[in-house]
Design a protein around this ligand. Structure first.
Ligand code: ADP
Ligand code: MG
Length: 178
């Protein structure tokens, strides 16, 4: 007997600071399903002001809730492939860092290997992850029992105000598909 593959709920963190940033995030949302990752919910898009005096374009960030049958390392392979594909689209020109896709959470899993750490190592400290994450999952409890909202509350005011709303909603037709 073949057992039913299990569906896993995952939160993904998207980021882009090169090229057409909003289009790069849209590229991820549009291509995840073909990779076996069905997007259930998409947060608003936030813009993160640069800090530390390094001149670089602002990041756009978004968090997605998705479901997939892929096991954690296969999911990592799939999102890395998509990052590469985004870097090679003709409209995008500047190379490989046009799209970053991080696996934030995978069910209730805690996992650490050389290539992959879940929950994502930095997520508790990053306002640009926590703000969009809390928009779509305000009551979220992280593995180990801590609330995502408590992590956000611990950030400094400067960290929180550095992340500003960029776009509230997706285009109508995309919103209807989710
Ligand atoms: P960044 O830290 O800016 O996201 P990269 O996207 O280049 O940088 O990621 C570097 C490496 O981090 C990846 O090649 C991957 O093996 C590893 N990694 C560890 N944990 C995770 C995770 N939860 N999600 C995505 N990548 C991860
Ligand atoms: Mg990454």
């Amino acid at each position: 007997m073949v057992s039913e593959p299990k569906l896993h709920r995952v939160y993904l963190g998207l980021g882009s600071n090169l090229g057409d940033r909003a289009a790069n995030l849209a590229f991820a949302r549009e291509h995840l399903p073909a990779a076996g990752i069905k997007v259930l919910q998409a947060s608003p898009v936030y813009q993160t002001a640069p800090w530390g005096g390094v001149a670089q374009p602002d990041f756009l960030n978004q968090v997605l809730l998705a479901e997939t049958e892929l096991e954690p390392l296969a999911l990592l392979d799939a999102v890395k492939r998509l990052e590469c594909e985004a870097g090679r689209t003709p409209t995008v020109f500047w190379g490989p860092r046009v799209l970053d896709i991080d696996i934030l959470l995978y069910d209730e899993l805690t996992f650490a290997s050389e290539r992959l750490t879940i929950p994502h190592r930095e997520m508790r400290k990053r306002a640009f992850v926590l703000a969009p994450l809390l928009d779509i999952a305000p009551g979220l409890v992280l593995p180990g029992g801590e609330r995502a909202a408590a992590c956000y509350a611990r950030l400094t005011e400067q960290e929180r105000t550095g992340v500003v709303l960029y776009a509230e909603t997706l285009s109508d037709d995309e919103g209807e598909r989710l």
